[in-house]
Design a protein around this ligand. Sequence first.
Ligand code: ADP
Length: 397
Amino acid sequence: MKVLVINAGSSSLKYQLLDTETQAVLAKGLCERIGIDGRFTYKAPGKETIDAVSIAMPTHAEAIQAVLDALVDPANGVIASMGEIDAVGHRVVHGGETFSTSVKIDDKVMAALEECIPLAPLHNPANITGIKACQAVMGPDVPQVAVFDTAFHQTMPPVAYTYALPYEYYTNDKVRRYGFHGTSHKYVAQRAADMLGKPIESLKIITCHLGNGSSVTAVKNGKSVDTSMGFTPLAGVPMGTRSGDLDAGILEYLMNRHNIGITEMLNILNKKSGVLGVSGVSSDFRDLTKAGSEGNDRATLAVDMFCYSVKKLIGAYAAAMGGVDAVVFTAGVGENSANERMAIASGLEFMGIRMDPDANAVRGKEAIISAIDSKVKVLLIPTNEELMIALDTAALV
Ligand code: ADP
């Protein structure tokens, strides 16, 4: 089955056309500056690349049209006609408590998606715009599926998702831990089980998605039972620019002292904190490692804080699950940085985690990086959210 995977932002749209039987990416690219001046990028194996050329994209509909035009282009396209696209899979950030699995989109689903907007006011409207654009351009006969970042975590028990606030804020206002990166955590947990040759239903896995945004998840018997992001993706470990968990009392103290409002405060927590805030150097771990090696102590502190925070969660989630069989590293930092993986896993020998430094000297490909006799297996698994979305979409249609 050929599935077009769409990840729509407010002014951008990432796409991939995948063949779900071979799992091959037939073509992929990006529409940027939608609503501004429109830039289009297209890459397909063995074809000419289109690199950020100007195409008018006043709305997402023109962006989708540009994608379809490129896919069916006689010279550089990869399909003969739009009819070859069997379905479209959309990444949707927030499914609230309504969606615990991916769903085929109909009018009722669209209405429920609109209801989730207050929970993700920046992301869900863009995702909805992307869906509507596809419906308008491709017509009603091409099935569309929504795949949610939050869905995998809907199996968390109340003890993990309830905040210790007046309970009415949960019942009336839907304030609870939702968790994000669910598609990624689900994908790498399943791959880990495949690589270990054991059914996922028999495993306790801790998945560490460490990128620009980072989250750690406890996956027990194939189900998410706890995760570090919360009501929003601001919670958990320190990230590229997000603070992660902090004492809420700090907000009032800083807002009073610096005479700043809540919008500015949240901008600081989302955009100016994390390893960028601590180091004053960069949100990119490559820059931090370089600065650290040149003697910048704050850059070293920022990386150390990040690793320490992930390490603590591994301990916490092993306690939550009554043990752990495997730890998985994925996303930009998890896939590429041997030093951070080693710093996180070292010192955990007491719980059966022993790394193999040689096996850990690897980047961006599936590998078991723990020592042969390590009781807990440590794995590097590149995430593939697009493939997961395509497979879910194919399964539903
Ligand atoms: P996003 O959350 O934006 O999807 P990614 O998963 O792509 O992020 O991760 C991006 C981050 O990965 C970068 O900010 C960078 O810190 C980190 N990264 C990428 N390559 C390397 C590398 N070779 N070594 C260390 N960190 C890396």
